[in-house]
Design a protein around this ligand. Structure first.
Ligand code: GLY
Ligand code: MN
Ligand code: MN
Length: 462
């Protein structure tokens, strides 16, 4: 955990964002995968971690906005628990580490909330995303589980987003440590990417590296020679010369801060002419995106700048044609780059997404587009200092999407469909870095992971 004052200070700052009532933050419970005693690895809720730091199941935190007191509800372990799990710190000891002085058993929570509700006090809670939490919250508050998302407190959501979006030095250090582990994961994958190896051998090895450094991975490893499928979790293909391998993987620190890095490498270690041409377009888009990052710049503009780089490059290869800006305005690039340029990253790999993408990524100034492609941009609003974002452009040749667009002759003024046909066996390329918004621009976080053609080829042959 961070020092207890960090958590007290965060709660004090949250108080300033809200008016009156109680803030109820439920920790996560164990979640079974095939029978009750066989659970997934425990992962605490990120907002609970942010404000209370305690990394055990079955805890609830209450911040009383009117009395200025904070409370942790949870049960001390008994001898039966100790036999199976070992000795555990008492709730009071745990609470002290979070700067909280008031503790009570978990079954006291219901009466506290009922008393507050009887007095007409507001209970602020965040939208739950786990079935167990939905049922718990529904029981505590008497709200049908289907209504919890609507009844969640917008005031609290906005306050939590405001605080969690701006990372402090300790948080940035945690993230950078995890990018340094991602360096080992990615360079190991690069060296293993030889013809004849099965994807799962590499995926398992790099997940093991995350675990060996305290892990787990920050999301299921995406690793595939079919990189045209954006989030491909199938790892059964055998690597073959001529394919590109997309590796999108990161890990979580002991305090649960994430890294999220993508590299794409040629199986066997040498880019062909065709691979290098497409790769360098994506690399240009990645670097132009990073260079454009600055406080006050809307991320949507940077996304469109990256799209412009992609169209310019694709036009130079004869895959696209026509006026570059018009092509971007009409969304012609989305045939090849259908997703957003990036997202915030922190305690969640898609940071804060559970609170509602539009609350996190949009505001009164920048609203979310409904157009194909731009609609997938999770974050469009102006950047601020100390935001941590990913920059992850890509070019994908998705045969099924190409067939649909071609059959409709869609945006044919900008797309040379005959030439596109010759790339349907190409796969996809994505290059993703994690950056910090500084006073004047961006800093790419962590130990640099090879991403130029020369650096990747050198690493793969080392
Ligand atoms: N790792 C998933 C993503 O890049 O958004
Ligand atoms: Mn990623
Ligand atoms: Mn990402």
């Amino acid at each position: 955990m961070f020092p207890s004052t960090i958590y007290s200070d965060r709660r004090a700052r949250l108080r300033k964002e809200l008016n009156t009532g109680l803030v109820l933050l439920l920790g996560n419970q164990e979640s079974p995968f095939n029978y009750p005693g066989n659970t997934y690895s425990f992962r605490q809720d990120s907002s609970f971690l942010y404000f209370f730091g305690l990394d055990h199941p079955d805890l609830a935190g209450v911040i009383d906005l009117d009395t200025g007191t904070d409370h942790i509800f949870g049960n001390d372990v008994d001898i039966d628990d100790i036999i199976w799990m070992g000795k555990q710190p008492t709730i009071w000891d745990q609470a002290k580490n979070a700067g909280v002085e008031n503790t009570a058993p978990l079954n006291a929570l219901s009466a506290v909330l009922k008393d507050a509700m009887d007095k007409g006090r507001t209970i602020h809670f965040l939208p739950p995303y786990r079935g167990e939490t939905k049922l718990w919250l529904s029981d505590l508050l008497g709200i049908p589980h289907g209504g919890l998302k609507i009844e969640a407190s917008e005031e609290l959501i906005r306050g939590v987003i405001k605080l969690r979006m701006e990372k402090d030095d300790r948080e940035i250090a945690e993230i950078e440590k995890m990018i340094d582990v991602a360096y080992i994961m990615h360079t190991t994958a690069m060296k293993m990417a030889k013809p004849g190896i099965v994807e799962q051998e590499i995926a398992g090895t790099i997940e093991g590296i995350a675990l060996a450094h305290g892990g787990p991975v920050s999301f299921p490893v995406i690793l595939s020679i079919n990189g045209q499928t954006l989030h491909n979790h199938y790892h059964g293909n055998t690597l073959a010369e001529g394919r590109m391998l997309v590796i999108d993987a990161g890990c979580e620190s002991g305090l649960h801060y994430a890294s999220d890095i993508t590299r794409t490498v040629p199986v066997g270690g040498k880019f062909s002419q065709r691979q290098r041409e497409i790769y360098e377009i994506v690399l240009n888009a990645n670097m132009a995106g990073i260079a454009a990052v600055k406080p006050g710049v809307p991320f949507k503009e940077i996304h469109l700048l990256a799209a412009t780089e992609i169209v310019k490059g694709m036009k130079a290869l004869g895959i696209m044609k026509g006026d570059v800006n018009e092509a971007v305005n009409k969304g012609a690039h989305t045939l090849f780059f259908p997703h957003g340029l990036g997202h915030p990253m922190g305690l969640d790999v898609h940071d804060l997404e559970g609170l509602g993408e539009n609350f996190v990524g949009y505001d009164g100034e920048v609203t979310r587009s409904k157009e194909f492609g731009l609609a997938f941009l999770r974050f469009g609003r102006k950047l601020k200092k100390n935001f941590v974002m990913t920059i992850e452009p890509g070019i994908y040749f998705i045969p099924e999407l190409i067939d649909i667009w071609k059959s409709e002759n869609k945006l044919a003024d900008f797309i040379n469909y005959e030439k596109v046909e010759t790339y349907k066996d190409f796969g996809g390329i994505r290059i993703e870095d994690d950056i910090l918004v500084t006073d004047t621009g961006a800093r790419v976080l962590g130990k640099p992971i090879p991403k130029t053609v020369a650096d990747i080829e050198a690493m793969m042959s080392s």
